[in-house]
Design a binder for this molecule. Structure first.
Ligand code: AKB
Length: 315
């Protein structure tokens, strides 16, 4: 039995990706791990284990004992938390990736998935339709760690033939779990406030445009990339990936169509300068061309699905 291991499985992306992988490969073939024992209990549709991404020996032991052949390494400190704890963010994001890449080389694992982010771009990057290849001078610790991580992924592919694949996610929006510590998190919180009948205070200004994506699209992109034949994967740093771009004012208007009394005010904080350093929109034509990426959700379609499903999830 060849198994798939997910590190950081209880997070916003991990909890939904674990479920999708369990549906595709069967729950017995998927091991969801996280440092948080309580959160991992909810992932009972597959195998689970408590694992600290920084515990290299425990990781190696688990990979050998469970015949793991693929790793999805999702554990990371995101942009906003990274600015509060820069050295910790660097340490966790970089060391844990290097453990996984080394393990993949030593144990000859089949495939590795590691998420990058639009945070690899910086203030000198072209802001509109940001191309796959362009200037990248990220000015957050999270962005610097993702940029360095991309270089390491490409290095391990070229030097050691490790089949590592990656996507530069935009802000991910889901209703099944809460994000933690990101700059794009406001676009999840706003739905919770609308459902609760409370006014929303945005930590980004009215017209701050950012690239965003509904979680089902992110899951589809991840599985499509990982299932694509080897020869179709031509980018070994990380693929640009896009679906939509919107501002706080635009997501508010989309929700207001369903909740006419909903209100918003703006109180930008330190996250505004992070958002200002990121692109407005992303050109993902290379992903579309290489392995057939295609998104399904725009803002209004996503809003409709979230508003009709979130109340049940909150029960
Ligand atoms: C964040 O806001 O830090 C993340 C990201 C864009 O990678 N959601």
């Amino acid at each position: 039995m060849e198994r798939i291991l997910i590190i950081g499985a209880a997070g916003q992306l991990g909890s939904e990706l674990s479920q999708a992988l369990a549906s595709q490969y069967g729950g017995d073939n998927v091991i969801a791990t996280d440092i948080n024992p309580l959160a991992i209990e909810k992932l009972n549709f597959c195998r689970t284990a408590v694992l600290d991404a920084m515990d290299r020996d425990a990781l190696r032991k688990l990979v050998r004992a469970q015949n793991v052949k693929q790793i999805y390494h999702l554990a990371a400190v995101l942009s906003a938390t990274g600015e509060q704890k820069p050295l910790f963010a660097w340490h966790l994001n970089m060391e844990s990736l290097l453990f996984v890449l080394e393990l993949a080389r030593e144990e000859k694992l089949d495939k590795i998935y590691w998420p990058s982010s639009i945070a690899v771009f910086g203030p000198n990057t072209p802001k509109i339709n940001t191309p796959q290849y362009c200037v990248k001078e990220p000015n957050t610790v999270y962005g610097i760690s993702k940029q360095a991580g991309e270089r390491w992924c490409e290095y391990y592919f070229q030097k050691y033939n490790v089949d590592v694949r990656s996507l530069r996610y935009p802000g991910l929006i889901g209703y099944k779990s809460l994000p933690g510590g990101g700059t794009t998190d406001y676009a999840v919180d706003i739905y919770h406030k609308a459902i609760a009948g409370e006014p929303f205070v945005s930590f980004l200004s009215e017209n701050t445009l950012l690239p965003m994506m509904f979680m089902p699209d992110a899951i589809k992109a991840t599985l499509d990339l990982m299932n694509a034949p080897l020869e179709k994967i031509k980018v070994r740093s990380s693929y640009n990936l896009a679906a939509m771009s919107f501002s706080p004012q635009e997501i508010f208007q989309s929700i207001k169509k369903h909740f006419p009394d909903f209100s918003i005010s703006y109180a930008p904080d330190f996250r505004q300068s992070i958002a200002d350093s990121w692109p407005d929109s992303i050109d993902d034509s290379v992903a579309r061309q290489d392995w057939g990426w295609k998104h399904d959700y725009d803002l209004d379609k996503m809003t409709k699905v979230i508003l009709s499903n979130l109340p049940t999830y909150l029960e």
